[in-house]
Ligand binder design. Sequence first.
Ligand code: ADP
Ligand code: ADP
Length: 227
Amino acid sequence: EVLLDLKDVVAGYGNLTALHGVSLNVKQGEVVALLGANGAGKSTTLRTISGLIKPSAGSLRWKGASIVGNAPEKILRLGVSHCPEERHVWPEMTVAENVELGGYLLKSKTELQRRKDIAFHRFPRLKERAGQLAGTLSGGEQQMLAIARALMSEPTLLVLDEPSLGLSPKMAFEVFDVVREINSHGVSILLVEQNVHNALSVASRAYVLETGRVIAEKSSESLLNDP
Ligand code: ADP
Ligand code: ADP
């Protein structure tokens, strides 16, 4: 089943066109990577999917229905959660408060608590630091926190912007372990990753972007042979 389907999406910032017709899809259960050099349009693609940027042309469908023009909150309610590259945890708030923010759409306190328990069970490192200010965490821990927060909405699709950016190889490995674990619970993932090796460790397919266009779609086998 195709969850997310982009066809010929054109989008940008003011006069700058960053995406010149991007087509891609993500099916139920998949981990799909977006590869490409800096400035290729990877983050812009994710921002368009999560409703932060409105495409000026093309179609953007979620489970068959158009989501063009939907506000970010609406898209989150539909089951698409965006964990942005900027990793913006709130440094002056505690780890627990940051996690709670991800459940801001929830009305039930018990449900919020249940999901927080799941998050802390999944990320024991964060549990140990629940009362600490988020700004005191290491880069890798802040990335885990951003992921934990994005999962609070229990998304169908997690859109993850370069989670390994700036991390040591060891921390990056841990982050990709988490990505695999999340996927094993049935969450589909669209992931930006510059490092082909990292992408291969989790994704079954990848799209390669160059100057706002998809120039190739590859299976992980073909990437292995011809990266
Ligand atoms: P990357 O190109 O590594 O993906 P981003 O596109 O996320 O980085 O950019 C980092 C920050 O700089 C973001 O806040 C983004 O909005 C801003 N930014 C990036 N390029 C431009 C630009 N050409 N003009 C203005 N702001 C930009
Ligand atoms: P990538 O994620 O592949 O590094 P981006 O999607 O961040 O690429 O950037 C695509 C193009 O859009 C680049 O030319 C970049 O400078 C521009 N861009 C990105 N963010 C902004 C922004 N906030 N304002 C203006 N231009 C931006």
